[in-house]
Design a protein around this ligand. Structure first.
Ligand SMILES: Cc1cc2nc3c(=O)[nH]c(=O)nc-3n(C[C@H](O)[C@H](O)[C@H](O)COP(=O)(O)O)c2cc1C
Length: 202
């Protein structure tokens, strides 16, 4: 039996509900309404978590951008899986997402990279993300060198781009009085199957 989903939980498409919540959060959060904690696991099964900005909620996937040689990228590329959570304090809501991750087809990466400020683009070129940096001046020197080499319009480096996460689970959570919160979990056995929706105990 399908549980009754009203008000903020209403809808037949979890991506549409996620976009609706995100737009509400854009009006109320102090900053970075698209910030999520992204969890991956290393080869030993040890979890790892860090914040990233979830830049796009597409019709079938969530997309974020990073360095393809970073720790998170290595963990994603070896497991093919990740999870993340949005938490919006101003709304007292969270969205939890788990699923399969692969490199974005790079059209969006080129477009998104092109829209970033020039300084951020030089920064992306210069950063060997997650590698040891002995002195910050080394980074500044790399940026100056890259400015000379790449000129005024640096294009996206091959080692930088998007990942898209296609969920098998999306859970919408909203704070309730006396900790009697509302939770609706959308789940499917794999990404080709239909969603099943369950209300969960808080
Ligand atoms: C609010 C916030 C947003 C961030 N957004 C991104 C992002 O979109 N992409 C990214 O690569 N790192 C982002 N970072 C930095 C990451 O948290 C992390 O330090 C970095 O990506 C290295 O992670 P890794 O060693 O696990 O690969 C963000 C940090 C914060 C605090």
């Amino acid at each position: 039996m399908v549980p009754t989903k009203k008000n903020i939980f209403a809808g037949n498409d979890p991506f549409e509900i996620a976009r609706r919540w995100y737009f509400e959060a854009s009006e109320t959060e102090l900053n970075d309404p698209d910030a999520v904690a992204l969890a991956t696991v290393d080869e030993r099964g040890l979890p790892n978590v860090r914040m990233v900005l979830m830049r796009f909620i597409l019709d079938d996937a969530f997309v974020f951008f990073t360095n393809y040689e970073s720790v998170k990228a290595a963990e994603i590329l070896s497991s093919g899986k990740a999870a993340f959570v949005y938490h919006w304090k101003s709304l007292r809501r969270q969205i939890r997402v788990r699923g399969e991750v692969s490199k974005e087809d790079l059209n969006l990466s080129d477009k998104y990279f092109g829209e970033r400020s020039k300084q951020s683009r030089y920064g992306a070129w210069a950063s060997k993300q997650s590698k040891p940096l002995f002195d910050k001046n080394v980074l500044f020197e790399r940026i100056e060198k890259i400015k000379v080499e790449l000129g005024n319009n640096p294009l996206r480096p091959d080692f930088w781009g998007g990942f898209k996460l296609i969920p098998t689970e999306i859970e919408f959570w909203a704070d309730g009085e006396y900790r009697l919160h509302d939770r609706f979990r959308w789940s499917r056995p794999d990404i080709a199957k239909e969603w099943e929706v369950n209300r969960l105990y808080p």
